[in-house]
Structures are given as C-alpha cells and as structure tokens.
Design a protein around this ligand. Structure first.
Ligand SMILES: [Zn+2]
Length: 393
C-alpha cells in the first residue's frame, strides 16, 4: 500500500466523525491554537487548508453512473443515475464507499441528473423530487460516516487489505449537472441550448435544486460538465446570489468539458468561461471534467493563466460515446495505468484536485491515489491560495 498523504498532525483534530471540514468548529479552532486564522478563514482559505491536509493534491472520486451499471443497474432512463435514488439507494452508498476505500478525498453525490423538473416529467411530485435530491446528499454522508468508523477502527496511519483508510477529512460535494444534462439528449456535450435560451431561464432552472441540495448539508456544490459560457455565468451568478439570499455558507466549484483541448464543447473559449467564475468568491475551484485525458494538460495550462483558484480535473476514460446508440465505444480509451501516468504531468501543469469521470472506476482512483502518494512529499505540488481579506470569504 502506498504511504498515506498526511500533511497535518492528526492528533490536533477532533474525532473523524465530528469533523465537518468546511465548517470548522470552535473546539477544533482552539485545539489548533489558531483562533484568528480560522475565524478569519474564507472559503478559499478553507479549500487551501483542505488541500494541504490531503498532501497538496486531493483525490476526487470516479465515474458514478458507469460504476452503478457495472454493478448491474439499468440506467437506460431519462433520470439516468438519479433513477437509483429511487430504486437502489444501497448500491449508491456502496459505490461511494468503494471510491472512499480506493483513496478518494472528495465524493460527489448521485444528483448529476436529478432535477425537480426531471422527476416531475416522470410523474413524481415536487416534494418527491426534492426528497430525492436530499437523499443523494444523505447517502453520500452515510457512506462517509461508515468510512470514518472503519478508519477509526483501523490502526493509525494504516490501511487494511485493499482498503485505503485515511485519518483526515473527506468532503461530500453535491453534484449539479448542467441544464443540458437534465435534457438527457447529450446537449451537455454540444452546449447548444438553442437561440431562445437566456440567463433568467437557466437561473430559475438551477435555483431551487441548488437550495434543496445546499440545505441537505454537503460540504461543496459541484457544478459539473458546464458546456458554455452562458451557463458558467449563470452558475457563478445564481449560486452567489442564492448564497446571499439564503445565507448559505457552502462553497462551490465549476467544471467545464471540452472535446478539442482548446475550447469548451460549445466552442466558447475556456479562458472566458473560467474568467466568468473568477469574480465569485463563493467558487473555490475551477476546472475540467468528462474530457479525454489527452486534452487535459493544455487545458490546465490555459486555465492557469486566468485563475487564482485551485484547478480541478476529472477526465473521462478517453473512450468515445456514441450518442445514437447511447453507449460508450469499447477499447477507445486509456488504461488505468496510462491514466495514472498522466497525473504528475497534470499536477505539474497546475492541477490540485484530480479524479475521474465517465468510465473511470475505483481501480482508476486507486491508481491516481498511488501516484499522488508518491508525490505528496514534493512541496512544489502544494497549492498556495492567495490570502483573501475576511470580508471576501
Ligand atoms: Zn463524465
């Protein structure tokens, strides 16, 4: 087993099940003897501190829907992975645990395709739809609790068998798929929402879902597979506005997708999309997901030029997706070994959160974890966020 990427003394931390990483508790503050620092800590500083605890680079989990399918779930449904919230919650919890025990520091909820409108279209009430959104966060938190218990029962700084058991905090990120994901017609891979689309419509689409998810208590909101600049503006704007209106103290990340390694899938410039999020202090990381590994390095280098935020990446396996038959084309991607061989290059280019998207598995995440563990002693990989003034957090 690779060495644990510990960058903090665990003796300073409260019991794992009491840690809620992005909402530090007063007893943790006094334990650490850093009252002023934590009291003044904004979202950006919290993320920076979390990355430090992870050894400089955090591991995000891997493909969720494809992993559910691997366990036998039938996702040929407009609700896609969200269907399992209704039919197989145990399976969702199990996949979360598989990723945690493979080395993930951050797990994403099964809510990518879960929308109130989507559930309504399938005959469910608004209340049932909202319950499913809450359920997605609860399942991830339950999996984390089980994992924490296993970690506490395990010897300190050790892993048992093939399970990677850590002594630091884990984040639950509530996944919010783009508007195109809700349409279930592949338009999150074209970014084409039609000429009639506008900011207000997209804001209304996201607002209620994000509020329900935020109220369920995740550590982060993860806007994923954002395909165009319009939705980037909407997500950072609507999210910041929502947080102000509802007094919600949860940060977010924004992640775009690309099919040419230069622009996002709509053809909008990646740097303009990232810049749209740069002004929001609520957005604590920006990056790329569901994009072939071969494009990632250049995209990270482009993003780095226009952001001061940590850069996240969770590429897909590189396999092609055939939208007509709604299937991934076998043997067109990279192996787990090849995927992991890219990781150091991505981190050297500037990425500080690394995981996998569609068709990656717990094996892929374990390979990423192994690669990063070897690198965790390298101080050049530790992200140093610029210090914000307290009022900016
Ligand atoms: Zn994906």
């Amino acid at each position: 087993m690779p060495a644990l990427p510990l960058a903090v003394s665990t003796s300073l931390l409260p019991p794992l099940h009491l840690q809620n990483p992005l909402h530090f508790r007063p007893d943790l503050i006094s334990l650490c003897g850093a009252v002023r620092f934590f009291n003044n800590m904004g979202h950006a500083d919290m993320m920076s501190d979390f990355l430090r605890q992870c050894g400089g680079v955090a591991v995000i989990d891997g493909g969720f829907a494809t992993e559910l399918e691997r366990h036998g779930a039938d996702l040929n449904d407009p609700l896609w992975s969200a269907k399992c919230l209704l039919t197989s919650p145990d399976l969702i919890r199990r996949v979360h645990l598989d990723y945690l025990e493979a080395g993930a520091d951050i797990i994403l909820t099964a809510s990518y395709q879960a929308t109130i409108q989507g559930f309504k279209n399938q005959g469910y009430s608004v209340e049932q739809g909202e319950n499913m959104l809450r359920k997605s966060v609860e399942l991830a938190r339950e999996a984390r609790d089980i994992y924490y218990t296993r970690c506490q029962e395990a010897p300190i700084k050790d892993s048992t068998g093939d399970k990677i058991l850590k002594q630091h905090q884990i984040l639950v990120a509530a996944s919010v798929g783009s508007y195109g994901a809700h349409l279930a017609d592949g338009s999150e891979y074209s970014g084409d929402y039609g000429d009639a689309m506008n900011l207000e419509f997209l804001k209304d689409f996201h607002r209620k879902r994000v509020k329900v998810l935020a109220d369920a208590g995740p550590d982060l909101i993860a806007f994923e597979t954002v395909p165009n600049r319009l939705e980037a503006q909407v997500d950072s704007d609507a999210f910041a506005m929502l947080l102000e209106e509802e007094n919600i103290n949860i940060p977010a990340w924004l992640s775009f997708n690309s099919k040419d390694g230069i622009n996002v899938v709509s053809g909008d410039s990646i740097t303009e999309c990232v810049a749209a999020a740069e002004s929001s202090n609520k957005v604590v990381a920006v990056g790329i997901n569901c994009t072939p590994p071969r494009f990632i390095r250049d995209l990270v280098l482009s993003i780095k030029k226009v952001t001061s935020k940590p850069i996240l990446i969770y590429p897909n396996s590189g396999e092609s997706y055939d939208a007509d038959i709604k299937q991934w084309v076998q043997h067109t991607g990279v192996s787990d070994k090849d995927f992991a061989s890219y990781v150091n290059k991505w981190c050297e280019a500037g990425a500080s959160l690394v995981g996998g998207c569609c068709r990656t598995t717990p094996h892929t995440i374990r390979s990423i974890y192994g690669t990063l563990s070897c690198k965790s002693a390298d101080p050049s990989l530790v992200f140093e966020a610029p210090r914000l003034q307290p009022s900016e957090g």
